[in-house]
Ligand binder design. Structure first.
Ligand code: ATP
Ligand code: ZN
Length: 219
């Protein structure tokens, strides 16, 4: 009998890595030692694990190169790929926020009219501006967004925030929330319904009949 391995994409390193691996372990899935590898498999389940940059995970799952993946909602909505959310996972919590210089007189979203906003999330910022009927210029950059106002590149930024300490250190204050985000389990749109339901069970009830649930998908 051929066993199709379930392919899961998780972040290779970064803020989602530890919790993603822990989640698999909590579901009873043992990973072969895959330090510095891009791909490993499980010792006790028919599963392959791909370690990727988080930005690439939605595309891999849309293309069914990976069947399921774990990624932040912020990345998922920005990439705008056709995948299904199976489960909100409760970790990787952060918010995508608008921040301006601490001494600015911010009196609501109208402040942003005619301003330039630096971000790595152009689509989400565009949607936020449209929703709030604000005309502003979006300046897409690939990192170090928080220094943009200080060096005269932009009047405001939209970036991820958790504690707010990075904003503070760069003389900025948070003024609007664009998105509340956490890690989600996503799956390829066309994956068989039975698999998806089994996955929901295994993630929702770690420790309860998990072995049988996952093996049922493939036997
Ligand atoms: P990669 O090398 O995979 O592209 P990255 O540098 O883009 O990594 P990380 O900083 O590791 O990404 O963050 C991964 C995800 O963790 C974010 O997209 C977000 O969903 C979540 N996250 C939680 N808290 C924060 C935070 N304070 N700052 C940034 N991301 C956070
Ligand atoms: Zn990334």
């Amino acid at each position: 009998m051929t066993v199709n391995k379930l392919k899961i994409a998780i972040q290779k390193s970064g803020r989602l890595y530890d919790e993603s691996v822990k989640l698999l372990k909590d579901c009873g899935i043992d990973l072969k030692n895959g330090v510095n590898k891009l791909k490993t498999e499980s010792d006790n389940f028919p599963m392959e694990i791909y370690f990727l940059r988080d930005d690439d995970i939605p595309q891999y799952v849309e293309d069914a190169v990976a069947d399921v993946g774990i990624v932040g909602e912020n990345v998922l909505y920005e990439k705008n790929k056709k995948v299904d959310i199976v489960e909100h996972l409760g970790f990787g919590k952060c918010r995508l926020s608008v921040a301006v210089g601490r001494s600015e007189q911010y009196d609501g979203v109208g402040y942003l009219n005619g301003k330039r906003i630096a971000t790595t999330y152009p689509l989400l910022v565009q949607q936020f501006l449209e929703k709030n009927k604000v005309m502003a210029e979006i300046h897409e950059i690939s990192g170090s967004v928080e220094i943009a106002p200080g060096i005269g590149l932009a009047h405001a930024i939209v970036d991820l925030v958790s504690s707010g300490s990075t904003l503070l250190a760069n003389g900025l204050k948070e003024v609007e929330t664009v998105l509340q985000s956490q890690a989600v389990l996503i799956r390829t749109g066309g994956l068989m319904r039975v698999s998806s339901r089994s996955w929901i069970n295994s993630f929702s009830y770690p420790g309860r009949k998990k072995k049988r649930v996952i093996i049922n998908i493939y036997c």
